[in-house]
Write a protein that binds this ligand. Structure first.
Ligand SMILES: NC(=O)c1ccc[n+]([C@@H]2O[C@H](COP(=O)([O-])OP(=O)(O)OC[C@H]3O[C@@H](n4cnc5c(N)ncnc54)[C@H](OP(=O)(O)O)[C@@H]3O)[C@@H](O)[C@H]2O)c1
Length: 282
């Protein structure tokens, strides 16, 4: 069953209220109490389990969501960068809904160059986010579709370059051409952009994951094998599994794809215990 349009409209209204509450009290607001009644009327599993909890979280302060559409073998594109499309229309619609809930959507320069995405919400009702590209080396041309008239856009460039800061340019300090994820988020927050979707690609998401700056990760797993290609995640090696982060994860089908909703702030002690137990009972 598709998410009913009336329900999505209600979620958009609640999200606008959550953002307003957050902006009145940026360090964390209580989700307006009256929203509780409205939330109780939601019937679709995606509203109940995915969107409503996200919206409640928006009110509570800055929030970083990352999304990745990946094959069963953990690839987001072929080695040459072809990724249209890993996921089906239901997953793509979910991505557009996420865009409608956030203030800003962030991509890496390679995604901007290879995919030339618009980063709008054209598949669903709802506001377009501010579109942001991390482009320390100024590889992304101003003719890219993300700079069209549909919504504001920002190119994040290295402060040491001869770039001029203006409406569409944010200059940030970079070390060896790399912006620290916290620096990026602070720079966006100064422009009022506090709920942020990191949309890809893998290099960009991985930097935020490594810095532990992702609160919620949505993996859209497709029944597809790509073989050698661009990886969803590039993380440092671990010596032992007990050092691995374990967190709460739920699953929802979106057409033929599966949405894995990972709450990276909720440590999963029971899973850690279960794996520990399995390793001692072998
Ligand atoms: N399936 C999906 O969900 C999905 C989503 C998005 C993209 N994609 C695919 O992913 C591929 C691209 O992904 P990718 O991992 O190769 O690259 P990417 O993450 O799109 O872009 C990486 C580049 O962005 C810049 N960048 C990212 N983070 C930075 C930081 N913290 N500081 C400074 N610069 C930063 C750097 O540009 P410089 O190289 O100029 O330094 C970096 O090399 C494409 O093929 C695209 O089609 C798939």
């Amino acid at each position: 069953m598709d998410l009913p349009e009336a329900e999505w409209r209600l979620l958009l209204k609640l999200a606008a209220e959550a953002r307003a509450a957050r902006d009145l009290s940026p360090r964390g607001a209580l989700y307006p109490e009256r929203a509780g009644d409205a939330l109780a009327t939601l019937s679709h599993p995606l509203s109940q389990h995915i969107y409503a909890p996200l919206i409640a979280r928006i009110a509570a302060g800055p929030l970083v969501i990352a999304q990745v559409g990946q094959s069963l073998d953990g690839r987001i594109a072929t080695a040459g960068g072809h990724s249209h499309y890993v996921n089906g229309i239901a997953a793509l619609t979910h991505l557009h809904r996420l865009r409608a809930l956030v203030d800003a959507v962030v991509i890496g320069a390679s995604t901007a160059v290879l995919d030339d995405p618009q980063l709008t919400t054209r598949l669903v009702e709802g506001p377009n986010p501010v579109r942001v590209v991390l482009d320390p080396h100024r590889r992304v041309p101003r003719t890219a579709r993300m700079f069209d008239e549909a919504a504001p856009a920002i190119a994040v460039r290295a402060a040491a370059s001869d770039a001029m800061e203006g409406d569409g340019v944010l200059l940030l300090p970079a070390e060896h051409g790399i912006f620290g994820p916290a620096t990026v988020l602070d720079g966006l927050a100064e422009r009022g952009l506090r709920t942020v979707l990191i949309e890809g690609g893998g290099e960009t998401i991985s930097a935020f994951l490594r810095a532990e700056r992702v609160d919620r990760l949505h993996v859209l797993l497709a029944p597809l094998l790509i073989g050698p290609g661009r990886e969803a995640f590039k993380l440092p090696p671990l010596e032992r599994l007990d050092a691995a982060r374990r967190f709460r994860m739920t699953a929802q089908f979106l057409g033929d794809d599966v949405l894995l909703d990972c709450d990276l702030r909720a440590a999963n002690e029971s899973a850690a215990d279960a794996y520990q137990h399995a390793s001692t009972s072998r």
